[in-house]
Design a protein around this ligand. Structure first.
Ligand code: SF4
Length: 812
């Protein structure tokens, strides 16, 4: 560095779910440098290019620095028609509209949170909505990226989040990527995978994908399959293992139960969601014998799978043989290719089936590992209860014991949460109800729905069936102008990343703090502050059990983050974060709550316990993976859940000792699963809901690129990242291009039945699609590819499928 920072602080990257540790160099109150934090056990000092340029993301020229109030509703859809306002006026206006909508129809209000909110912001959003407003219409944008992973975990293991850790990458003999372009989406983890391969000659990587990507480049085998046939491939491997008696019989007998879940619940295209929503949970799966399971997978011979997937039988057999080898440690990883899938839950189940049948799970170097998209999809969206059906710590609203537990921690009278016993609107439903006018108050925070929802025109008020968006009162908390702020009535300028203190929870269950390093620009403020200010206004004069509602929830009577003397949020952000954490921690470590009868209610809740450490411990250790437990005064993390199985009286606490002997796991216990046995669930192949035909002959897939974070609203403000990939592109196979007389750099139109987008063609990009296949990234707001994407989702997880629909291509 030519200029040395005055001081270095500790933090964690604000982009992907890898959750890399960073050190932040500060000079004269400004972040001037970011480098990897060698003490962070998730990343060991590594960052990717987005991480190294993190400091610059805060200093884009068009940062939002003052609250904006829309004066001209006819200009919705643009950044015109706003005037600057004071915070006081903006907050009063928001509270007024929220109160009025809520009084008129409680179902007309909604909050869209994010896996990019901090754990504290997510917790306070959820507490305000669920306990303050008695409303479950709160869901995160993680619904668009991780929901199928959650329902996959819950249906197989009855417990969310991976059992393994990133150390598996250092120990596996075989890697299988199922719909995961790790080289671009989880580059630091991919570096670790490459390092393992470079230091151990025998290690192999099988990349299952629908297009040749950067991840494929270093793989030994790339299995390019026809979209949606991953369901058949997984079943083909399962059948092979059973046919060749190559599954782990002892493990299966001891640890597995068999189920089937094959009911056709529809793809939830358009407006048929009401039925599927009720049906999904009840009909998800039922018990079957091993023999019945065997018969169900019988049709999936490798020849049949080759026929429908297009993957040569030899490749399929080679992969199946890897799983069949009892001595091989195998790590499967996946992300959006599996989760953004109309059968996303099924596909998650199928990967678990393979690892359970072979016993390749919860062992160092062996296990299925669902990678997370956003920095705190696990920590915030999943763990603190931002989902429409959840309470903090995996508790759910429709379980009376869980509600009672929440009432005890939140000091609410018994039965107070009865009104939220039904799940609220999940993301897709929430936005459809916004479009049709039923939701008329929406607050969105740390996300960009105007660009990222499928069939996006509907949510921009363009389509006839989306006019409700124009009439609704919409609040957007943001750092830069986006496609969502264009639709807002009030824009709140937010403090970002290290302009406030926060905490993220990453894909390996590691919770890590980032310190406040600098002040936000202008009048930008912490989202948590704005939430509590609105809470204060909305709960004004309201009583709960004879007590002042705001004080009971957020003041001295509750979370204790409000200073009565100043009439404001407590000034010390660390104190605020610590108080929020310690309250949340009671959900995760129930014995911390002195008034709860551990033997009764605690016994019922024990499988929900995550066990978290005191707040300050996370600063000392630069992040800790849950479950955490105290051993002789030391707070220790867990690397492999279920691996030791030690359970203490009253609550499950998994042991933290590492494996002495590789693969020795005498005490393995899936202690959170029903009957302590995870389910091997039969899930059939089912074709995609929209398949190319004569009119729309291409498959269209959308996704991300290494240099840009999601909708590009932050990374495009970083000059180096913007220059690296300045605009979107459409990857086309050269033979398709030649047939359509399209050359590199030509403008083309990508059209589907839902809309069209103009974008430049690339015939030799970093991704190489097969013939008849297109790929367009979604980071560029001027190329709204989501206007074309399919509006269908997994009926169990409610997660949309952005990875496959039918499209046509024309020279523009
Ligand atoms: Fe690490 Fe992901 Fe941040 Fe890159 S974007 S530094 S891989 S957390």
């Amino acid at each position: 560095l030519s200029v040395e920072p005055d001081e270095w602080k500790t933090g964690v990257c604000r982009y992907c779910g890898t959750g890399c540790g960073v050190q932040i160099g500060i000079k004269e109150g400004k972040v001037i440098s970011v480098k990897g934090d060698p003490e962070n056990r998730s990343s060991k000092g590594l960052n990717c290019i987005k991480g190294y340029y993190l400091g610059k993301v805060m200093y884009g020229k068009d940062r939002l620095t003052k609250p904006l109030i829309r004066e001209d509703n006819n200009k919705k859809g643009t950044m015109e028609g706003f005037r600057e306002a004071s915070w006081e006026e903006a907050l009063d206006l928001i509270a007024d509209n929220l109160r009025k909508s809520h009084e008129k129809d409680p179902q007309s209000i909604a909050f869209w949170g994010s896996g990019q909110q901090t754990i504290h912001e997510g917790y306070i959003s959820s507490k305000l909505w669920k306990a303050g407003l008695l409303n479950n219409n709160i869901d995160p944008n993680a619904r668009l990226c991780m929901a199928s992973a959650v329902t996959g975990f819950m249906s197989t293991f009855q417990s969310d989040e991976p059992m393994g850790c990133y150390e598996d990458l250092d120990k596996a003999d075989v890697f299988v990527t199922w719909g995961a372009n790790m080289a671009e989406m989880h580059p630091v983890l991919y570096s670790r995978l490459l390092h393992r391969k470079q230091t151990a000659d025998h290690v192999k990587h099988y990349d299952l994908t629908t297009r040749y990507s950067r991840t494929s480049e270093a793989a030994e085998e790339t299995l390019i399959f026809r979209p949606q046939t991953d369901l058949a491939i997984a079943n083909g491997i399962i059948r092979y293992l059973i046919e060749h008696e190559a599954y782990d019989k002892t493990f299966v007998e001891e640890h597995c139960q068999f189920k089937a879940g094959t009911e056709d619940l529809g793809h939830s295209l358009e407006d048929d969601y009401d039925e599927t929503e009720k049906g999904a949970a009840a009909t998800e799966s039922w018990n079957v014998s091993f023999q019945e399971f065997k018969q169900m997978v019988d049709p999936y011979t490798l020849d049949y799978v080759e026929e429908i997937s297009g993957v040569p039988r030899e490749q399929l057999e080679a992969l199946a043989k890897e799983f069949a080898d009892p001595d091989k440690k195998i790590m499967s990883t996946w992300t959006m290719g599996v989760n953004q899938h109309t059968r996303g839950t099924w596909m998650n189940n199928l990967i678990y089936n393979i690892h359970l049948l072979t016993g390749k799970i919860s062992k160092p170097g062996s296990g299925p590992f669902s990678l997370t998209g956003q920095p705190s999809a696990c920590g915030t969206a999943r763990e603190v209860g931002v989902f429409s059906h959840r309470l903090p710590a995996d508790l759910v609203v429709n379980n009376p014991d869980h509600r009672r537990f929440a009432e005890m921690i939140w000091n609410l009278p018994e039965g107070y949460l009865e009104d939220i016993s039904e799940p609220g609107f999940h993301t897709v439903k929430m936005f459809r109800e916004l479009a049709n006018g039923k939701v008329n108050f929406l607050w969105s925070m740390s996300n960009n729905w105007g660009q990222t929802m499928p069939k996006a025109n509907r949510y921009r008020g363009v389509d006839e069936d989306g006019k409700g968006v124009l009439d609704a009162f919409i609040v957007v908390s943001e750092v830069y102008p986006t496609r969502s702020t264009e639709m807002a009535n009030v824009v709140l300028p937010a403090a970002m990343w290290v302009e406030r203190e926060g905490m993220f929870g990453n894909a390996e269950r590691r919770n890590a703090i980032f310190e406040k390093c600098t002040e936000p620009p202008g009048e930008a403020k912490w989202d948590l502050w704005a939430l509590v200010q609105v809470a204060k206004r909305v709960l004004e004069g309201k009583k709960i059990g004879g007590q002042d509602a705001f004080d009971l929830l957020f003041g001295k009577g509750g979370t204790d983050i409000w200073d009565d003397k100043t009439g404001d949020l407590k000034a010390d952000q660390t104190e605020v974060c610590r108080n929020v954490w310690e309250e949340y921690r009671k959900f995760s470590s129930p014995h911390l709550h002195e008034s709860i009868d551990v033997q009764e209610l605690g016994e019922k809740l024990k499988t929900k316990a995550k066990q978290l450490a005191p707040y300050d411990e996370y600063l000392k250790q630069h992040g800790i993976c849950w479950p955490v437990r105290e051993v002789n005064g030391e707070w220790m993390e867990t690397k492999w859940r279920y691996a030791d199985g030690t359970q203490e009286e009253g609550f499950d606490q998994i042991g933290v000792k590492e494996f002495g002997e590789q693969g020795k796991y005498d005490k393995l216990s899936f202690y959170k699963s029903d009957d302590k046995k995870p389910s091997v669930i039969f899930r059939p192949f089912e074709d995609a809901p929209e398949i190319p035909d004569d009119n729309y002959p291409f498959w269209l897939c959308t996704g991300r690129v290494l240099e840009h974070w999601h909708s590009g609203s932050m990374t495009r403000r970083v000059p180096e990242l913007h220059r690296a990939v300045p605009e979107a592109f459409c990857e086309i196979h050269p033979e398709d291009a030649e047939r359509l007389e399209i050359s590199e750099g030509d403008w083309v139109k990508v059209k589907t039945v839902r809309g069209e987008t103009k974008v430049k063609a690339t015939l030799n990009g970093r991704g190489k699609p097969p013939k008849g296949y297109l790929f367009v990234p979604f980071f560029a707001e001027e190329t709204l590819i989501n206007e074309t994407t399919l509006d269908a989702y997994c009926p169990i997880s409610k997660q949309p499928d952005y990875k496959k629909c039918a499209a046509k291509l024309e020279k523009a």
